[in-house]
Design a protein around this ligand. Sequence first.
Ligand SMILES: C[S@@+](CC[C@H](N)C(=O)[O-])C[C@H]1O[C@@H](n2cnc3c(N)ncnc32)[C@H](O)[C@@H]1O
Length: 340
Amino acid sequence: MTAIDDQNTTDPAEETVTAPADHVDPAPNPHATQEQVEAALKDTKLAQVLYHDWEAETYDEKWSISFDERCIDYARGRLDKILPDAPLPYGRAMELGCGTGFFLLNLMQSGVAEKGSVTDLSPGMVKVALRNAENLGLDVDGRVADAESIPYEDDTFDLVVGHAVLHHIPDVEQSLREVLRVLKPGGRFVFAGEPSTAGDFYARWLSRATWWATTNITKLGPLKDWRRPQAELDESSRAAALEAVVDIHTFSPEDLERLATSAGAVQVESAAEELAAAMLGWPVRTFEAAVPAEKLGWGWAGFAFGGWKRMTWLDENVLRKIVPPKFFYNVLITGVKPEK
Ligand SMILES: C[S@@+](CC[C@H](N)C(=O)[O-])C[C@H]1O[C@@H](n2cnc3c(N)ncnc32)[C@H](O)[C@@H]1O
């Protein structure tokens, strides 16, 4: 634990909620028209909102997101990887690009923070994240927020986290400046799950091959039950067209360190993880998206997670010693807001 980290555990009961009382977030738009999709192909932020509003209600199912031990361990493992001696619990934490709340809600369940704020550019995602938080009985509020201009006052949070979000943001350095602005002096940020450049390349090819193989093999007689209805597959393909617009960046660990330092952070550190695990994980997730959910269920999720754990063991104990970090799929970054 560092002296700076030690100062971050303030009593959340003393804190003020900084969103204006009369503020109303925009409503979700889960049914984008063809015209809106076409406009979004040239407007990355519109694409983010349409794509993620579209996905919000089915996102947990699509990505096997849960709020049980499996995902609590995963989320906590990402924090422990980059910050093994974190001074827990933090008082008030905020998540940028929260999606359905996978990272912050599971971190909170593992005791990382006492009070949380979920934020996302997509109103549909904020709605689902707040619903998930309520079902879990967590002390969480939420707002629609663009990471490049975060609608909270200076010096509000002890911890800011994000998972798989920085690669969607056009100006990453500006968003990190905003993160530092809303953090209290000495407050810390942790971002995980950012794609490396090499990792993104093999993940895309493995995913395309899995999608092609699954959607073609399930045209065959005995496997037809495993084919999702054509309308759903077409909708997934339209979503995939937007996905190409919403994924803007890939990073090396050094890229993220440079961006964080240039935004003004201190104690900046990066890490990279998942090579064999990513090579298993991407085909598994694509297969899950290509077949009807009821064919798989939680037994499959447990099996897939077990495989991911075994591959992670291989990554950490064997491949890490012989393969350079830039070939691992996930990049993590942490840093601290300097004391005034
Ligand atoms: C790949 S999803 C990850 C969601 C969640 N963190 C998770 O790991 O499941 C990326 C999320 O970032 C959000 N996002 C994209 N651009 C954003 C921006 N400029 N500001 C805030 N959130 C953004 C998207 O709406 C989406 O919910």
